[in-house]
Design a protein around this ligand. Sequence first.
Ligand code: Y12
Ligand code: CO
Length: 174
Amino acid sequence: MNLVIIEYPDKRLKEKSKEVEKFDAELHALLDSMNRVMIKSNGIGLAAIQVSHPKRVLLINIPDESDTQSFDGLIEMINPVITKKVGETVYQEGCLSVPTFYEDIKRFETIFVSYQDRDGNTKQVEADGLLSIAIQHEIDHLDGILFIDKLTYAKRKKFEKEYKKMLKEKKELK
Ligand code: Y12
Ligand code: CO
């Protein structure tokens, strides 16, 4: 499966993704292809809607202390649900679907998540730090929410202006 990451302002990024019911070879092929495109693009998180598949599927691979993403570090979450949220944290986020833009976003510090793995087994995880932020960012994608939707009115206006300029420059380079 050759997947392409769609970018803002593509309207498909606003779609609410559907629950996965079949844990079959097609789902496994999607997960494997998503991992390939995420690694190739230097991403640490990716939701299926970012590659035009509106399914409640996300991947996360947080780099280790030597900044390496290992196969062991790969987390696949199907139908994730946050069951408990504690505290508050702020982190400068970026998104493969909103290239070149980074901004401080407020999230819950610690979360408890229930999800299914690629075979449909139910799992629970307690996450904090970068993993917690990444899971919240990716679950937002499943609900059609981008991190730029969390900006203040003034910051969003500034973003729209800068992003438009970036897209124009990119087009002129082609
Ligand atoms: C913390 C905050 C946000 C997340 C969500 C996952 N975000 C990413 O994986 C973002 C990746 C990204 C990669 C880029 O490419 C390079 O660095 C080469 C990038 O670059 C440009 O926009 C030019 C932007 C974002 C997880 C944890
Ligand atoms: Co994103």
